[in-house]
Design a protein around this ligand. Structure first.
Ligand SMILES: C[S@@+](CC[C@H](N)C(=O)[O-])C[C@H]1O[C@@H](n2cnc3c(N)ncnc32)[C@H](O)[C@@H]1O
Length: 267
């Protein structure tokens, strides 16, 4: 079954993903990185996390970011050029059939990717295949059902219901976080170090940014076209959901948090 990437690669999505750093998205992995390691970043998106990982493995390390579509790769290469990083490579490849020999990398990493796949266990097996014995597979995914916020917002609650329903229609798992350990076991990975961490939006600046990005993504990204195409919503309802995000984002008491699960699997 073909994967359908729910978010798509509209500018509003890439802008949101392009604000990520290794510090806020891969802190659990950073203690395992040192000079000279070879790292594969699967589903690297616009590459900002990838480029931070490159910084953590020094000039003798090698980092390769892969994507199965060109749009984010072009943006990742622009981010690399802006940082003066000429070593990190961004290549087109599918996680389900990686074009690398077995045992090619010390670290094989994926952030917020397994939740979008119809076969996350197969993806983990393929990631483990290209990891060296003694190396690691590192994955981190959100759990959508763990999202909590204040003040209550019926429009945002409807957004979350729509998002989770749509993901499941795509045969993907929006509550991926809670499944990571089980998926790793099913992929034959046994030596696991699981952990969890939150993304929290609690200052006026953070809430304005997070709410603002979803106010746009609700109207402009493939979340909208897919939800409309499947007859799950209407333009009017999407406009109300977007307005709800906007209203929440400027509320003086606004607060939002979501759990992410992380697994380091020792190969
Ligand atoms: C939510 S984004 C995460 C991007 C980046 N890792 C980050 O956290 O900013 C998921 C990415 O996985 C990519 N992706 C989805 N299916 C893929 C596949 N089969 N092989 C490689 N990449 C894939 C998508 O194109 C998308 O850019």
């Amino acid at each position: 079954m073909a994967d359908v990437y729910l978010h798509g690669h509209h500018a509003s999505v890439l802008a949101s993903h392009g604000a990520r750093t290794a510090a806020d998205s891969a802190a659990y992995l950073l203690p395992h990185l040192h000079d000279g390691l070879q790292v594969l970043d699967v589903g690297c998106g616009p590459g900002t996390i990838t480029l931070d990982l490159a910084g953590a493995v020094g000039p003798s390390g090698v980092v390769v970011g892969i994507e199965n579509v060109d749009g984010p790769l072009e943006q990742a290469r622009r981010h690399a050029a802006a940082r003066g990083d000429e070593r990190t490579r961004f290549e087109r490849a599918d996680v389900m059939a990686l074009p690398y020999a077995a045992a090619s990398f010390d670290v094989v990493h994926a952030h917020q990717v397994l939740q979008h796949l119809t076969d996350p266990v197969g993806a983990l097996r393929e990631m483990a295949r290209v990891a060296r014995p003694g190396g690691i597979v590192a994955v981190r995914d959100v759990d959508y059902a763990s999202m909590v916020w204040h003040p209550a917002s019926p429009g945002m609650t409807r957004w979350l219901d729509l998002y989770r329903h749509l993901a499941r229609l795509n045969h993907a798992e929006p509550d991926a976080g809670r499944h990571l350990v089980a998926w790793a076991h099913a992929a034959g990975l046994t030596r696991l170090t699981p952990s969890a961490s939150l993304w929290t939006y609690a200052t006026p600046e953070q809430c304005a940014w997070w709410g603002g990005t979803w106010a746009r993504r609700t109207l402009e990204s493939t979340f909208a076209t897919q939800a409309l195409g499947r007859g799950l919503t209407t333009d009017d309802e999407l406009a109300r959901i977007s307005a709800a995000w906007q209203a929440w984002s400027t509320h003086p008491d606004a607060w939002f948090a979501m759990t992410h699960a992380e697994v380091i699997a020792h190969v």
